[in-house]
Design a protein around this ligand. Structure first.
Ligand code: 5GP
Ligand code: ZN
Length: 118
């Protein structure tokens, strides 16, 4: 597992900063967003550090993260009603934490086709 000393989500993965964990396996951690924008707002992160989804993510970590998204959604009870998965990359998308994370958002009706978190 690769870590970065100055990375918030590496610290959460290491247990140095507390989080409300909803899912964990050997490659992935999922926890509630501290500032939820929807009734369900969960962050799914690889335990290894990658800056974002355009980084050189291993096949195993990419698969584990995507599989975890489905599991998290089923566990949260939003897999039937629907949900949205968003990952911000870089400045144009206002990425604020530079450790790959997928936002799993649901629990209420969203705008048609609007991918913005703003
Ligand atoms: P980004 O803007 O990088 O796509 O998303 C970063 C997300 O991390 C934001 O939704 C923000 O609320 C969340 N966040 C920032 N700091 C913490 C924290 O310490 N704990 C948790 N659980 N979420 C955080
Ligand atoms: Zn990190």
């Amino acid at each position: 597992m690769t870590t970065k000393d100055d990375c918030l989500f590496c610290k959460i993965v290491a247990g140095e900063i507390p989080s409300t964990k909803v899912y964990e396996d050997d490659r992935v951690l999922a926890f509630k967003d501290v500032n939820p924008m929807m009734p369900v707002h969960i962050l799914v992160v690889p335990k290894s550090h990658y800056d974002n989804i355009a980084d050189d993510v291993s096949d195993a970590d990419m698969l584990a993260v995507m599989r975890a998204v489905g599991q998290v959604a089923r566990d949260a009870g939003i897999s039937q009603s629907g949900f949205r998965v968003v990952t911000n990359v870089g400045d144009d998308a206002c990425q604020s934490v530079h450790h790959l994370h997928l936002h799993v958002l649901g629990g209420q009706q969203m705008n048609d086709g609007n991918p913005s978190l703003a």
